[in-house]
Ligand binder design. Structure first.
Ligand code: DSN
Length: 418
């Protein structure tokens, strides 16, 4: 990216940003929650709307001069409504964590109980971790996956819901490779009088494109990030079909937990939603899923253990513990040959989160970059070769070269979406 002014005025920052550009160019990005935005999304992100304070909502602001802030926020909302076929959208949350905080504030009083997925089974920090506001201010009860199938244990959720009578149930994850059955969650929520929150941060793009069942009209409220499979700027969003819930959510976002919205980010979200409404986006998501499947199959063909035996979405969770290794070691070795992925706990992991038995891989970013089934197979084999030869420096330098060949074959400036 050309950053002409910065080069002249602040070469120190410029140099670091340039290095980051090169890091992205020269490595294979396989962190499941990351993606590459288009030049248009990036341009809107760096627009002069960053200068504007716009506390409030369109046509109900506290400051003047918000006519274009209103126009852009209304456009973002309308596009999101169309994309997800939903009645009400709040595009102001700065992040997924903020979006979730607003929902907690809307549905629960401090100290009240909710059900969320255990972090080590694929849940998220904001679903009740004791180091997060959700676990410090509220009372989490955790559900997980079954030991035999490694898929969500609905019997357990039902039992826990009956026993603890939670005010809210969260259906969502940050590391679960299977389809979520929102209807089953809702049945249980109704039975105990709980609100259902779907956190679709990871799968938002799959839902929007019609490749994952939608929670719209099923969950009382839906939160998401905008930067993962949705391929927009870093940020959050909240959706609901219910007007009363929408009003409460709006007041919990602002003034509840946030001040002025990041209007430049909202402009960028509008651009991303516009892109996701195009037919090409459906094709993109189709490929994201296809590529993840190829990766999982390659791993399994090479005798590796993939959590739950495969994937239905963009995530592949590899159990490296089976090979006598830990996730932290493998993630660092992958980094050394140019593949970026994260260590991740797997269900019933004997290791803590800083060590882990798993690696989480995702297909969204490399699919954006233009890589297809052949390349994912190749990368799957490179990863297996690395795991099988973790202490062999000669093989590791050969694998590093193979990664370089792929990154050279798919330059970042070639995939630009616009
Ligand atoms: N950090 C995100 C992820 O990697 O899934 C979730 O917040």
């Amino acid at each position: 990216m050309l950053k002409r002014y910065l080069y002249n005025t602040d070469p120190e920052v410029y140099e670091i940003l340039l290095k980051e550009d090169k890091r992205q160019e020269n490595s294979l990005e396989m962190i499941a929650s990351e993606n590459f935005v288009s030049q248009s999304v990036l341009e809107a992100y760096t627009s002069t709307l960053t200068n504007k304070y716009a506390e409030g909502y369109p046509n109900k602001r506290y400051y003047n001069g918000c006519e274009y802030a209103d126009a852009i926020e209304t456009l973002a909302i309308e596009r999101a409504k169309k994309l997800f076929n939903v009645n009400f959208v709040n595009v102001q949350p700065h992040s997924g964590a903020q979006a979730n905080a607003a929902v907690f504030l809307a549905f629960l009083n401090p100290g009240e109980t909710f059900l969320g997925m255990d972090l080590s089974h694929g849940g998220h920090l904001t679903h009740g971790s004791k180091v997060n506001y959700s676990g410090r201010l509220y009372q989490p009860i955790f559900y997980g996956v079954r030991k035999d199938t490694e898929t969500i244990d609905f019997d357990q959720i039902y039992q826990l819901a009956k026993e603890h009578k939670p005010k809210m149930i969260i259906a969502g994850f940050s590391a679960y490779p299977r389809i979520l059955d929102f209807n089953k969650f809702r049945e249980i929520a109704d039975e105990v009088g709980a609100k259902l929150m779907a956190d679709i941060a990871h799968i938002a793009g799959l839902v929007a494109a019609g490749y994952h069942p939608s929670p719209v009209g099923v969950a009382h409220v839906i939160t998401t990030t905008t930067h993962k499979t949705l391929r927009g700027p870093r940020g959050g969003m909240i959706m609901t079909h219910d007007e009363e819930i929408a009003k409460t959510i709006n007041s919990r976002v602002f003034p509840g937990i946030q001040g002025g919205p990041l209007m430049h980010v909202i402009a960028s979200k509008a651009v991303a939603f516009g892109e996701a409404l195009r037919p090409e986006y459906k094709t993109y998501i189709e490929k994201v899923i296809e590529n993840a499947k190829v990766l999982a199959e390659t791993f399994m063909q090479r005798g590796m253990r993939v959590v739950s035996g495969g994937t239905d979405n963009h995530i592949v969770l590899l159990d490296v513990g089976k090979k006598g290794l830990t996730g932290n070691v493998v993630a660092d070795e992958l980094h050394a040959i140019g593949i970026t992925a994260n260590k991740n706990t797997i269900p019933f992991d004997p290791h803590p989160p800083m060590i882990t038995s798993g690696i989480r891989f995702g297909s969204p970013a490399l699919t954006t970059r233009g890589l297809g089934k052949d390349e994912f197979k190749k990368i799957g084999n490179i990863i297996c070769d690395l795991i099988e030869n973790i202490n062999d420096e000669t093989i590791k330098s050969k694998l590093k070269k193979e990664v370089e060949e792929i990154t050279t074959q798919f330059p970042m400036n070639k995939f630009r979406l616009d």
